[in-house]
Design a binder for this molecule. Structure first.
Ligand code: AMP
Length: 216
C-alpha cells in the first residue's frame, strides 16, 4: 500500500487534482469529505455524528475519522496506490495513519502541499459547483459549464455544497490554519513534502502533481 497525501486548505484543488491524475497513475482517490457526505446521505451512525460538524465547517472528531479510515483500509488493496484527499487533517490523524501503515507494510511515498493564498481559496469555494451525479467540479467563472447548472460530463444537475457559503468557508479556512497546517512542518521534517503553487490553472497543477507523484 503506497500513499500520496494531498495536503492543502479547502479550495486548494486536492479533489480536482486527484480526479485528473488518478487514471493516469492507476491510483485510488480517497476523499474523506466524500466518504462523510455519503455517510450523511445514507444516514449511518457516522453520518449522523459528522453532519453537525460539517455544517459548521468544524473537523469531525479524530476517533470517528480514524474508524472510518481503518474500515476503508481494511478493504484496501495491499498493492494499490492511494491518493488521500482531506486526510490526515490533524497531527493525531497523521500519527494513526503512520501506525496503521506500519501494520500493513505500507508507506507514505510523498506529501504534496497545494499552496494558495486565502483570497484565491475563498474565490474558488464561493464559486464552486458540483455535479450531483458524477461529482465533477465546476466554477461559475473559472471553469463554467457549457450550460448553466448542467454537468458537461454527464448532464447531471450542478449544486453548491451547503458548507460552501461565505461564513462557513471562513471558518473552514481558520480551522485549517489552526488544526491542519502543522502537518506541513511534520512532513517537511520527515523529508516527504513537496510544495506546489496551487494558484495556477487546474490542468497545469494536475500535470505538476502527476510528475511529482510519478517520481515517488
Ligand atoms: P472536504 O470535502 O475535504 O472539504 O471536507 C468537508 C468536511 O468534512 C470538513 O469541513 C470536515 O467537517 C469533514 N472532514 C473531512 N475530512 C476530515 C478529516 N480528515 N478530519 C475531520 N473532519 C474531516
Amino acid at each position: 500500500m503506497k500513499i500520496i497525501v494531498l495536503l492543502g486548505a479547502p479550495g486548494s484543488g486536492k479533489g480536482t487534482t486527484a480526479e485528473k491524475i488518478r487514471d493516469r497513475l492507476n491510483a485510488v482517490h480517497l476523499s474523506t469529505g466524500d466518504m462523510l457526505r455519503a455517510a450523511v446521505k445514507a444516514g449511518t451512525p457516522t453520518g449522523k455524528t459528522a453532519d453537525g460538524y460539517m455544517k459548521k465547517g468544524e473537523l469531525v472528531p479524530d476517533d470517528v475519522m480514524v474508524r472510518l479510515m481503518e474500515d476503508r483500509m481494511e478493504q484496501g488493496d495491499a498493492n494499490a496506490l492511494y491518493l488521500l484527499d482531506g486526510f490526515p487533517r490533524t497531527i493525531a490523524q497523521a500519527e494513526l495513519l503512520e501506525q496503521s501503515l506500519v501494520a500493513r507494510n505500507g508507506r507514505i511515498a510523498r506529501v504534496v502541499f497545494l499552496d494558495a493564498p486565502r483570497d484565491v481559496l475563498i474565490d474558488r469555494l464561493t464559486g464552486r459547483r458540483i455535479c450531483r451525479s458524477c461529482g465533477m467540479n465546476f466554477h461559475v467563472r473559472n471553469i463554467p459549464p457549457k450550460r448553466e447548472g448542467v454537468c458537461d460530463a454527464c448532464g447531471g444537475e450542478l449544486y453548491q455544497r451547503p458548507d460552501d457559503n461565505r461564513e462557513t468557508i471562513e471558518n473552514r479556512l481558520d480551522v485549517y490554519e489552526r488544526q491542519t497546517s502543522d502537518l506541513i512542518a511534520r512532513y517537511t521534517d520527515l523529508g516527504l513534502l513537496t510544495r506546489v503553487d496551487s494558484a495556477q490553472g487546474a490542468e497545469a497543477l494536475a500535470e505538476q502533481v502527476a510528475n511529482i507523484v510519478g517520481q515517488g
